[in-house]
Design a protein around this ligand. Structure first.
Ligand code: ASP
Length: 322
């Protein structure tokens, strides 16, 4: 795969957080903080993406990620094309690459792409023109880099540090691109106590999440945790015969107020959405005082602005002169 960072140290593409340095992660978080506006404040409006065309290609459903990439690009002055890929030529048999070349011919500078196929963002990085950038908005079960960044930004905002934090991720970790990206960022930023909780069948393979502790009882994983991250069961990524009983799952792994009391008193509760209330999380927790779930959404726009702005700054070195 072509490098995500160019020879001058600028962000060129973003398809995985793996291998990105602590400095790169921190500079994206700092940039995002600069763009962040809480609901009620006027949104940041800038020209960092003036003259840049961003094409959003979503082949999988998305609410938060798609809306926030769209808003982020517009708030920085980009031209934005939101392709409805359900009705695009891909269903007529045009290959993904032909779609990309078609939009490149219309001066797309940045592709934001989500697909069920593993490896597609990396493949595109190797095939787009030298002046074009690729950002992954979710790659199969493998990676969701902007979600990882917004998660660590949310944690930094509340905890002001990464070293010494106890972070527990609960749920369908095996199929979660969010867990993979967030864990990569947390590890790079200095978290050493990372716990994975779920039924055996939903825990990842042993060779993944190196250094994390595994638990099959939520009570054990929650003990004194500073950050509790809940995940949805991703039935769409399971074999058709994978039948999970929702009520039994909630009984064994659902985050209830009583269970949350096992974590540190000021623990924060996170969820990337979409939430299934009453399956992985009790509404009293999702809407309770320790929940930062809507802050995650707010941070998602800021982080996507930061990534787009960093890439646009790098792009100026790679574009052709007039
Ligand atoms: N929205 C997240 C994702 O795209 C999490 C989920 O779908 O459960 O991976």
């Amino acid at each position: 795969m072509r490098a995500q960072i160019d020879s001058a140290g600028g962000l060129r593409h973003l398809v995985t957080l793996e291998g990105l340095s602590r400095e790169t992660l921190l500079s994206l978080l700092d940039r995002a903080e600069n763009y962040r506006r809480i609901p009620g404040q006027p949104a940041y409006e800038g020209r960092e993406l003036a003259g840049v065309t961003v094409s959003n290609l979503f082949f999988e459903p998305s609410t938060r990620t798609r809306a926030s990439f769209d808003l982020a690009a517009r708030r920085l002055g980009a031209h934005v094309l939101n392709m409805d890929m359900q009705s695009s030529s891909r269903v007529k048999g045009e290959t993904m690459l032909d779609t990309v070349y078609t939009l490149e011919a219309m001066n797309t500078d940045v592709f934001v792409i989500r697909d069920t196929e593993a490896g597609l963002p990396e493949f595109l990085i190797d095939h787009v023109a030298p002046h074009v950038s690729v950002i992954s908005a979710g790659e199969a079960h493998c990676s969701h880099p902007t979600q990882g960044l917004l998660d660590v930004l949310t944690i930094r905002t509340h905890k002001r540090r990464f070293e010494g934090l106890k972070v527990v991720i609960v749920g369908d970790i095996r199929h979660s691109r969010v867990a993979r990206s967030t864990a990569q960022a947390l590890t790079t930023l200095g978290v050493t106590d990372l716990r994975l909780v779920g039924p055996e069948s939903l825990l990842p393979d042993e060779n993944e999440f190196r250094g994390a502790q595994r638990f099959t009882r939520i009570e054990d994983g929650l003990a004194d945790a500073d950050v509790v991250m809940m995940l949805r069961i991703q039935k769409e990524r399971m074999a058709v015969d994978a039948s999970l009983d929702d009520a039994a799952y909630f009984r064994d792994f659902g985050l209830t107020p009583a269970r949350l009391r096992l974590a540190a008193p000021n623990a924060i509760v996170m969820h990337p959405g979409p939430m299934n209330r009453g399956i992985e999380i009790d509404s009293r927790v999702a809407d309770g005082p320790q929940s930062v779930i809507r802050e995650q959404v707010n941070n998602g726009v800021a982080v996507r602005m930061a990534v787009l702005a960093a890439i646009a700054a790098t792009l100026t070195r790679h574009r052709l002169p007039l």
